[in-house]
Ligand binder design. Structure first.
Ligand code: DX5
Ligand code: ZN
Length: 214
């Protein structure tokens, strides 16, 4: 993959107008829509679930990149498959040794399977999961909230992952992405970037997306 995927996070969008927010992202050239699912257990915040993903699917013509920040993701994967998610990413910390099984379950449903690591999880803990995964999501903030500061140390994990990855692996970064931090991530080998506040707080979301991609 040569191009950088830009996946705006709708966590920072206007929840009262999700359809028009999706249309605005599509028109601005977003590649995917990133959907942050939080359960108030795995993270201290509660957002949206499968019924909202299903509704988004009706109005969204680009891939839905679903980031599950939830406990027991194995119980809910099927809901997101049926809701029409295209990429389903769960957290390694929520599953640990059952991660490989879950990756297989997602892939067998015909979806792309992603695994995410929090700031305190090291790459060597997931080293055997890199090849079986379609996507690795590196968190550069503690998951739970938008608008936090990018953690530079976490970005170094991108390089490490890149070293043991196949060339088809998508290395996605999430948390505190702006035009400056995007540059660091791309230099380290990331090929997909999530951004919430940077995109939705900009005057012109099209140019914000272009700046991240460049
Ligand atoms: C944080 C979420 C992120 C968040 C990113 O737990 O996973 O996707 O929306 O927001 P920004 O880009 O504002 O850090
Ligand atoms: Zn996210």
């Amino acid at each position: 993959m040569n191009n950088i995927v830009i996946a705006p996070s709708i966590l920072s969008s206007d929840f009262a107008n999700l359809e028009s927010e999706i249309k605005r992202l599509e028109a601005a050239g977003a590649d995917w829509v990133h959907v942050d699912v939080m359960d108030a257990h795995f993270v201290p915040n509660l957002t949206i679930g499968a019924p909202v993903v299903k509704a988004l699917r009706r109005v969204c013509n680009i891939p839905l990149d679903v980031h599950l920040m939830i406990d027991n993701p194995e119980k809910y994967i099927n809901d997101y498959v049926l809701a029409g998610a295209d990429i389903i990413t769960f957290h390694y910390e929520a599953v640990k040794e059952k991660s490989l099984e879950l990756i297989k379950q997602i892939k067998n449903s015909g979806k792309k399977a992603g695994i995410s690591i929090k700031p305190n999880t090291q790459v060597n803990e997931i080293k055997d999961l890199i090849l079986p995964s379609d996507l690795i999501l590196v968190m550069t903030v503690e998951p739970g909230f938008g608008g936090q500061k990018f953690m530079n140390d976490c970005a170094l994990k991108i390089k490490e992952i890149k070293n043991s990855a196949s060339k088809n692996l998508i290395i996605e970064v999430d948390g505190g992405i702006n035009d400056k931090t995007a540059k660091i991530c791309k230099e380290f080998g990331a090929n997909a970037l999530v951004a919430g506040n940077y995109i939705f707080n900009s005057e012109n979301i099209k140019s914000a997306i272009e700046l991240l991609r460049r």
